[in-house]
Ligand binder design. Structure first.
Ligand SMILES: [Zn+2]
Ligand SMILES: [Zn+2]
Length: 148
């Protein structure tokens, strides 16, 4: 599948984030990154596994999870717990908290950040005497415009 301009940029960015952390771009890391780039909807580890199989390769599910976790830690991939699926981060340069808004009707995901949504998460956490854990996306269930 051919990647459009925006996706090529995302791929280059992901690779540079990886290199900045002195991590190597293994064939499996690249393969799974490409599969997520090609998908416009969140996909599960099992979806990724069957796409790999359909391309005549074989990777066991624990290796798929290991690679996914690698990219999640770098904040290149977000886990969507509500769906138990994964998607590429829409903007790895985003310094605010990444927010994944999941439509509970059509299951599409719209990514934004707390600043855009007017949510002062650091202040809210302080009120509880806790600190906001950084670098993990926050999920908000929504009904998207199409589904309203
Ligand atoms: Zn993100
Ligand atoms: Zn929807």
């Amino acid at each position: 599948m051919k990647l459009d301009h925006k996706k090529i940029q995302k791929k280059e960015k992901a690779i540079s984030i990886c290199m900045d952390k002195n991590e190597s771009i293994t064939p499996n890391r690249l393969l799974i990154l490409n599969i997520l780039l090609e998908s416009d909807i969140p996909i599960s580890a099992y979806d990724i596994n069957s796409i790999i199989k359909s391309r005549g390769k074989n990777l066991n599910i624990s290796s798929v999870y290991r690679v996914i976790e690698f990219w999640v830690k770098l904040n290149v991939i977000h886990k969507i717990s509500y769906l138990n699926k994964y998607m590429l981060c829409d903007n790895t340069d985003e310094k605010h908290t990444h927010i994944t808004n999941i439509c509970t009707s059509c299951l599409s995901v719209i990514e934004t950040c707390n600043e855009t949504m007017g949510l002062d998460l650091k202040e809210s956490s302080k009120k509880l005497g806790v600190l906001l854990s950084p670098d993990i996306n926050i999920e908000i269930p929504i009904i998207c415009q199409k589904c309203q």
